[in-house]
Design a protein around this ligand. Structure first.
Ligand code: 6PG
Length: 231
């Protein structure tokens, strides 16, 4: 396993959601203290849902400065984030490239970045597909080699939702902290592949250049990985 990966294996999905919610609240507290705001990129898919539900519970929600939190990609429900600070990706737009350019402009405005500068998220949450995809960065996709655009429209014929928007690797790898949330026995093979072999799978390319790479898995997803012992 690459030395820069901080792997935490939780006993089960509930324990992972708890650990992830604590990580997000701690990162938010630090970001607001140091920079006045917390820039969070959500992950799609099923796995993070339990974490989002945890964040809405008083034990976590009352510790979050939702008024100083900006959320990208998706929507967090049942938490008091000012609507102007929620940036949902409108992948359903017929003009995918237009929607990608619009989202890239919204990102630049929210982060105050100029042309050629990359937004630096405090936390980017990512999931892992059984084929090694993450975000909507799929194996073999030309967008894996994207170096300029921050957001791209992708068409994934085999996917349930073929028309998608995705953040690109330059943005993911500019983050202060990239956090993978991965659970379930069906992910054990791909977790071993991505973590132990320098596979050129998309998820293996998510490595912050100046930030932390955290993998939170449950015991089932880490079952085939050499160091898969629960914390
Ligand atoms: C997306 C997700 C996607 C997801 C994986 C894993 O945009 O749909 O970001 O990359 O994380 O497909 O999904 P599950 O958590 O449902 O297994």
């Amino acid at each position: 396993m690459a030395s820069d990966v901080k792997l935490t294996v939780c006993a089960d999905p509930a324990a992972l959601a708890e650990t992830a919610a604590h990580l997000i609240v701690d990162a938010a507290t630090e970001a607001v203290r140091e920079r006045g705001r917390f820039m969070l990129c959500l992950a799609g898919g099923e796995t993070p849902r339990a974490t989002y539900a945890r964040l809405a519970l008083p034990a976590f929600s009352e510790r979050m400065r939702w008024d100083r939190t900006w959320v990208f990609f998706g929507v967090l429900s049942r938490v008091p984030i000012p609507p102007a600070q929620i940036f949902r990706m409108c992948a359903e737009h017929a003009d995918g490239d237009g929607a990608a350019a619009a989202y890239a402009a919204a990102l630049a405005e929210a982060f105050g970045t100029r042309r050629g500068e990359l937004p630096r998220f405090d936390v980017v949450l990512l999931g892992l597909g059984v084929d090694g995809h993450t975000a909507s960065l799929f194996p073999g996709s030309p967008v894996l080699r994207e170096v300029f655009r921050t957001v791209a429209a992708v068409h994934v014929a085999a996917a349930q939702i073929p028309q998608r928007l995705t953040l690109t690797f330059p943005v993911l790898n500019a983050a202060a902290r990239v956090v993978f949330l991965v659970t379930g026995p069906e992910k054990a093979k791909i977790v071993r592949t991505v973590l132990s072999e320098p596979a050129r799978l998309p998820a293996a390319l998510a490595r912050p250049t100046d930030g932390e790479l955290v993998w939170l898995t449950d015991r089932a997803a880490a079952a085939l990985h050499p160091v898969g012992e629960a914390q």
